[in-house]
Design a protein around this ligand. Structure first.
Ligand code: HEM
Length: 278
């Protein structure tokens, strides 16, 4: 069980809070998580979770009057990050009552208490100190515990092939701390902090992007048709949805990023404000 003091100390170790040399050193450890080779290796896991998302949403569509797609995208994002970066199965897209997504949803839930604490932190930080209040969500403790348990499980595992994922990169940096040639040193707390940040930072951002994009595509059938045509053409060429195929999907890029690597679809950016008016 973590105390609020421990929770706050862990949050203070996160990359997003650091600056200067401390930030630079941490970034150097974390950046190799996203080399193209590593992303290619993650691709089958991402596809598995995408299949589970479709199955879960279709089942809901058959049973309920509507599907809360933002919630489902959150579950998809959570399962994908946990699986790719930590090898954790959180079953958010299998079990409606799974603990992982419930904690993540609660983490981002804005309550009167959380707003009041935030106001205090901004306008009366001394009171926060005096009453030893924590402005960080209590759900952070759940993610800290999950990470600690996953690290312990990996440490206890017989030596075998490494996954080479995000957690392996962090553990390697931590274990190299005694090596005089090591440039970047990571403490146990910092390892946990970066892992929790990773889970939280990718969750709401990606789920929101997917939810807004889906909404805009639903409102703009012509654009939706163009996108479907592009993807069907690529699938027909490649025989399936492949990493290479997704990299070639310029219109998909334009829809999700608001701009494309290909100037042909650059105009999509200019559509965006008009889409919102429909
Ligand atoms: C569409 C999805 C995403 C958006 C829009 C987004 C947006 C952002 C933004 C704006 C920042 C900078 C925050 C700042 O400077 O204070 C940031 C930082 C960060 N994001 Fe994301 N993000 C997304 C997905 C992800 C994913 C999937 C992960 C990890 C799995 C992730 C991990 C991080 C981390 C670790 C940082 C801190 C980087 C640093 O301080 O050097 N993000 N993100």
């Amino acid at each position: 069980m973590n105390t609020s003091h421990e929770r706050d100390q862990t949050v203070m170790e996160m990359l997003s809070v650091k600056n200067g040399e401390g930030w630079k050193a941490l970034r150097a450890i974390m950046t190799p998580t996203f080399t193209s080779g590593k992303i290619k290796n993650m691709f089958p896991l991402v596809c598995d979770k995408a299949d589970a998302l479709v199955k879960f949403s279709m089942k809901e569509a058959a049973e309920k009057p509507y599907v809360d797609i933002k919630k489902n995208f959150g579950r998809y994002t959570m399962d994908t990050i946990a699986s790719c970066a930590f090898g954790i199965e959180c079953n958010s897209l299998v079990d409606e009552k799974a603990e992982f997504p419930r904690k993540a949803e609660a983490f981002f839930n804005v309550s009167y208490t959380s707003v009041a604490k935030m106001m205090l932190a901004i306008f009366a930080p001394k009171l926060i100190k005096l009453f030893r209040l924590s402005i960080n969500a209590t759900e952070t403790d759940f993610f800290i515990e999950v990470v600690k348990q996953t690290v312990a499980a990996r440490e206890a595992r017989e030596a075998g092939p490494r996954r080479g994922d995000f957690l392996d990169l962090l553990m390697e940096a931590r274990d190299n701390a005694d090596n005089p040639d090591t440039k970047h040193v990571l403490s146990d707390r910092s390892l946990v902090a970066q892992s929790v940040l990773f889970i939280i930072a990718g969750y709401e951002t990606t789920a929101n992007l997917l939810a807004f994009s889906t909404y805009l595509l639903a409102k703009n059938k012509d654009q939706q048709r163009r996108l479907r045509d592009e993807l069907q053409k690529i699938v027909a060429e490649k025989g399936d949805i492949t990493y290479q195929g997704i990299m070639e999907a310029k219109l998909l890029d334009a829809c999700l990023q608001g701009e494309s690597r290909d100037s042909t679809y650059g105009s999509i950016t200019r559509f965006t404000p008009t889409w919102l008016l429909h």
